[in-house]
Design a protein around this ligand. Structure first.
Ligand code: NAD
Length: 322
């Protein structure tokens, strides 16, 4: 009996790739670009991709037997879901895999901004041991406001409680607040939090949630953290706010346009720390996402079961399309 043929994007955990290679039920091979995928497209029934593989019509046309696209990532902005639905191609993602990695990165950004870690390291590398300008601020005593309390937001809330921080959240789709956390309206959260951390998906409703008029509600000493999607914050407005309020701070892992050019103000402001969209980039997260992707594809072909199907079934998704 012929086994279903599956192509895997080559950024995959090597231990899981070994498991795939010895699979009894599926035949796996690797690809590194759409061109190499198309060269071996004959009979392919599933693709395991990551965010660098944009799903567009011209590429899908090369895969007449395709039944499933499994992205080994949590994000799915790179997939045209409408097109896949029209073609009858099922789509799934791996939303649980990067939760701890992104939540930990949130605290890395918070602490780096508070303690001026970027400046400290740059100065020390130059052999400069003067510490007068490197006086930072402490985390204890600050309150955390979380916007979007799903997988990552709720993990951040739990970690923050471990640090002893008071935590409040804004999430209109949540029926019940997690234990020990206060549910607030958006404006109240903006006005009362020392640190604001965004963990919402990219939808029409979350686009530019922080913009000119909402910046006016923030304290001049606020810290803004975004590890979700760049489009959630109006970046020119953020830059202006940080310039006008030198005691305010920001920590960003995601940007309105990626990659960010060297000359961008985003990477040249003293009160902003940044990382190049590396929220999910840990060994553990890569292993978990690779394994979840492989297991999902196996169960789809063995039992017709598919976990974490896209589009999401949640109310925020339907609402966010309007
Ligand atoms: P999730 O779907 O588990 O949770 C999202 C939460 O946001 C839900 O509780 C939902 O109710 C809430 N929400 C939706 N619309 C909202 C709105 N308008 N206002 C307030 N709350 C709203 O998602 P998750 O897995 O926790 O991921 C959160 C974000 O992190 C996503 O944008 C995801 O793409 C991003 N992410 C980034 C990285 C990275 O590398 N930086 C990695 C993984 C995920």
């Amino acid at each position: 009996l012929q086994k279903p043929k599956v192509l895997i994007k080559n950024r995959f955990h090597p231990d899981v790739l070994l498991k795939a290679k010895i699979s009894q039920n599926l035949e796996f091979s690797l690809f590194d670009s759409w061109y190499s995928a198309c060269a071996q497209s004959e009979g392919v029934e599933a693709l395991i991709i990551r965010s660098g593989t944009q799903i567009q019509e011209k590429w899908l046309n090369q895969f007449p037997n395709l039944k499933l696209i499994q992205t080994a990532t949590s994000g799915f902005d790179h997939i045209d879901l409408k097109l896949c639905a029209e073609r009858g191609v099922a789509v799934a993602h791996c939303p649980d895999a990067p939760v701890t990695a992104v939540a930990e990165l949130t605290f890395l950004l918070i602490l780096s901004a508070l303690r001026k870690q970027g400046q400290i390291f740059a100065q020390m590398k130059k052999g400069d041991w003067s510490r007068e300008t490197l006086v930072g601020r402490q985390l204890q005593g600050r309150s955390l406001g979380i916007i979007g309390c799903g997988r990552i937001g709720s993990k951040v809330a739990k970690m923050a409680q471990g640090w002893g921080l008071p935590v409040a959240i804004f999430d209109p789709y949540l029926e019940e607040a997690p234990k020990g956390v206060e549910l607030l309206g958006y404006e109240e959260l903006l006005r009362t939090s020392d640190i604001l951390s965004f963990h919402v998906p990219k939808t029409a409703k979350t686009r530019h949630m922080l913009n000119g008029s909402t910046f006016e509600m923030l304290s001049s000493e606020v810290m803004i953290i975004n590890t979700s999607r760049g489009q959630v914050i109006n970046e020119p407005d953020l830059i202006q706010f940080l310039r006008e309020n030198p005691t305010a701070m920001a920590g960003l892992d995601v940007f309105e346009s990626e990659p960010v050019p060297r000359e961008s103000a985003v990477v040249n402001l003293e009160n902003l720390v940044a990382s190049p969209h590396i929220g999910a980039s840990t060994e553990e997260s890569l292993y978990r996402s690779s394994l979840a992707a492989l297991q999902n594809v196996e169960s789809y072909f063995a039992e017709g079961q598919l976990a974490d199907k896209l589009p999401p079934q949640a109310l925020w998704w339907q609402d966010g399309q309007k």
